[in-house]
Design a protein around this ligand. Structure first.
Ligand code: DGL
Length: 254
């Protein structure tokens, strides 16, 4: 069975794993949540790169040769380096889906904002991407400081103050946007909460990343399409688990 590795600075990349699981590819998925070191958005580049190398080597040792960098921050900081250092592995990254304004031109006459972590928003890669895909600067950018960490800490056990704290993180974000581009993989995990007080359309790149994985598996990896279920995955969380353990996706996303 084909094995793939997925990682994030924490549980955010589960938003991509969930989309891959929906495609019922019948693959084995190993997910590494680096929760002990979350958020990457407040670390320096060399720390993030060192963690990415360690995680990639851990996932490779599990037999994965396609690795999804399911974190915008890690993609912005480390994916070029990973591709260079591990040329025998295939990497799929995730970036804020700015290109949606070119793929859906009707959005250009509406108000949009990219939500991202401060490290992603300030990265050279993000700035170059935005300049290339949004040369007329139609999109605003909003970078809540603690939102990813808040989602991280409340994913398995939500505190009573969670929704209040989320609102606090988004103070200063106007509610006039027609659409919001979710530029951090943690954010789609709280889409229902976001929709309870923001009226814009939430746009996430996660389904497209999952399709990219599928196309690579069918192409480069010679997999044949089948109708297999993939409801289980192996999950490791630094600072919490001592090894990968099997989780059922329907139990994680109740
Ligand atoms: N899920 C990560 C991302 O997409 C969270 C960022 C962080 O750890 O700062 O960027």
């Amino acid at each position: 069975m084909v094995k793939i590795g997925i990682f994030d600075s924490g549980i955010g990349g589960l938003s991509i794993l969930r989309e891959i699981a929906k495609l019922r590819l019948g693959i084995e998925m190993f997910y590494f949540a680096d929760s002990l070191n979350n958020p990457y958005g407040q670390k320096d580049d060399s720390f993030v790169i060192a963690r990415c190398e360690f995680i990639v080597e851990t996932l490779e040792a599990k037999g994965a040769n396609l690795i999804v960098v399911a974190c915008n921050t890690a993609t912005a900081i480390a994916i070029d380096h990973l591709r260079e250092k591990y040329p025998h592995l295939v990497f799929v990254g995730v970036e804020p889906y700015i290109n949606v304004i070119n793929q859906r031109p009707e959005l250009k006459t509406r108000r949009g904002v990219v939500l991202a972590t401060p490290l992603t928003g300030n990265s050279k890669r993000f700035k170059a991407l935005k300049e290339r895909l949004d040369p007329n600067n139609l999109l605003d950018v909003f970078t809540p400081i603690h939102l990813a960490k808040l989602i991280e800490d409340n994913f398995f056990n939500k505190s009573h103050a969670f929704e209040f704290d989320v609102k606090k993180e988004l103070l200063g974000l106007s509610n006039d946007y027609d659409y919001l581009i979710l530029g951090c993989t943690h954010y789609p995990l709280i889409k229902p909460q976001l929709l309870s007080f923001l009226k814009g359309e939430m746009i996430s790149p996660c389904p497209m990343v999952a399709m990219r994985v599928k196309n690579l598996l069918l192409g480069k990896f010679g997999m044949t399409e089948g109708d297999a279920s993939a409801t289980n995955f192996a999950f490791y969380q630094s600072g919490v688990s001592s090894d990968f353990k099997t989780l059922n996706i329907d139990e994680v996303f109740i």
